[in-house]
Structure formats: C-alpha cells, structure tokens
Ligand binder design. Sequence first.
Ligand code: FES
Ligand SMILES: [Fe+2]
Length: 348
Amino acid sequence: MLVTQQKVLRRFWYPVVPADRLATEPLPFTLLNTDLVLFRDSAGKAAALVDRCCHRTARLSKGWVEAGNVVCPYHGWTYAGDGRCVRIPQRPGGDPGKNIAIESFRCTERYGVVWVALEEPLRDIPALPEYDDPAYRRVFEFYEPWEAPGLRIMENSFDNAHFAFVHKESFGIVDEPEPVQPRLEPDPAGFVMYADVPVKNPEIQRGNLGIDADRTVRHYEKTWWMPFSRKMKVTYPNGLVHIIMTLTAPIDDRRSQVIQFLLRSDSEADAPAENLTRFDRQVTHEDMAILEGCDHDVPLSPAGELHMPTDRPGLEMRRMLARLLAEHGEQEVRRGGCSPALLASAAE
Ligand code: FES
Ligand SMILES: [Fe+2]
C-alpha cells in the first residue's frame, strides 16, 4: 500500500509535533506529501495551513509569526490561523480586501502533541486516561523521522517473534526463539493484544524496574491506534507500569515522523528518566535498523508476503485497512498499480 495514494488515510488525526516545540517560530511539516506550515494563532491555538503563499508560492514556514499570524518571507502577505489573508503590505493600509485565503487544516492539541487531519476525520483521537492520571509521570523520549512506513512500525510493535533476534542485545532471549502467541480483542481504537512474554533483564533494566533478577516477565497490553500509532502498556511482576506511546505520522510513502513518550507509575527517584530513555533508545534503534531496510510498500493482501502465527496482529491490521479502503470505494495502490488480490481478501 502506498499511503499517499489512499485518499481515506487523509481522514485520520496524525501526531505531527510535540506541542512545546510549537512556540514562536512557524514550523514546516510534510503529512502524506502535503507540505504544511504549523504555528500558534492569536489565541495561542495550534494552526496548520498549506505551506504555500498564494502570491508567488513562497514557503510560509520560512517566514515568521507576528501577533498570531504567519508572515510570508517574500513580500509580507500575512495569514491568520484559518488561512485568511489579513494583510498585504503593498496595498494602502495593508487591507487585503475580501476572499483571499489559503487552505487550512483541522489542528488540535492532545497529550502534549499537535495533531492534524487533512480531511474530515473518521474518528476521534483515542482515549489515553493515564495521561491525566497523577499516578503516572510523563517522560518524553524522542521526535524523529524514520525511513519506514507506519504499518511496518506498527506490525513490528505487535510482533512477538522478533525479540529473540532484533533485541538479542537488549531484552530478547536469544536461545528461546519460540514466541508467545498473542491474544487479540476488539477495541474502538483498532484492537488490543495481550501476551505475557519472558524477557532478559540486563543491568540497566534492573535499576529501571527495581527487579534484581536475570529475567522477568512483561505483561503486554498493546493497543493499536489505527492507522499508525500504538499504546504499549507493560506491567511487570512487581506492579510497575511502563506505558510507551509510539505515535507516528506518514510523511510520504517511505517515511514516518515518530514521537515517543512514556507514562510511568513510579517516580524519578525510583528510576531516572535518563536511564529509561537510554534503554528504550537502544531498543528502538534495534527496531529502526531492521525496519528501515524493509520494503515500504506493505501488501494488504495476505498473499503478498509469507506469514507465521505470531503475525496475526499485523495481518489483522492489513485486513482492517483493506476493509477501510473497500468501504470507501478505494483499491489498494501499490508500486505496480492497483492490487486485484485486495478486493477478494477484503470481501472475506
Ligand atoms: S510570495 Fe508570499 S508575499 Fe509574495
Ligand atoms: Fe522491537
């Protein structure tokens, strides 16, 4: 599936930037090949406009923000958060007249993140009750582009068979490759996967988890936030809860922008944020190294690749995405064109 070719994918909220990075400067962001300028409007609300001035197409993201309006760096035409041109400095009094505007997009803030939907969203951003629960602290981990599509990143997150290989240096048990089978349940966000997975517990994790043993068990409750984000709730035998939010936005067919933060049921005194991030970064770099080498054009039809039982969550994602396309009258677009196999599999 080439994500930029599937129109219905424009109808989801995507996490584009941590909210605190959107301050006084306009920021560029490319979402599904659409170039956006992000800034804070006169009410301090996050705004997203097409990153093209309607005079001579200059990039507004190279301009600046003045009184909550974005100013084009070329000749100074100025736009409000709703896309209206509010000033043309070359005209008497700067009056732009009526009806000059550029395209604006839905933009909101939730969970410390700015989200954009390019078209009327099909569903709201999923609930994350732990975010406002004082029992949890928040730890920001990273914000960066990956050379991998969201679907590969999501499938990897729900794949119990890769730990012994990809994560052999961190938490995978290399000589126990037989994976734990996942249990799936429906969820309004997508689905939830449960699994109890034995893991290696290296030195840094002993401190992070307060578990002084070579091994421990992760009780996973992973929620797929259709289409390309996830909530991974890990509960350890001592009751500690470590939630990893991995939110991704499709830049284009090959790349995703990834935001990761934690919600933890302990305190900084129990485990310094720096050590939590150090271990999670090791793990995510291990995943990234593999995912960036995989083919970006993930087939939705089961016939497109070979599978094993632990691939069920990924296959369920593909099935649900195929159904979404079918419900909106779309065919899967792949590098070679449309995929006829999809129509058959979506109908099953
Ligand atoms: S190109 Fe933007 S004001 Fe001229
Ligand atoms: Fe992984």
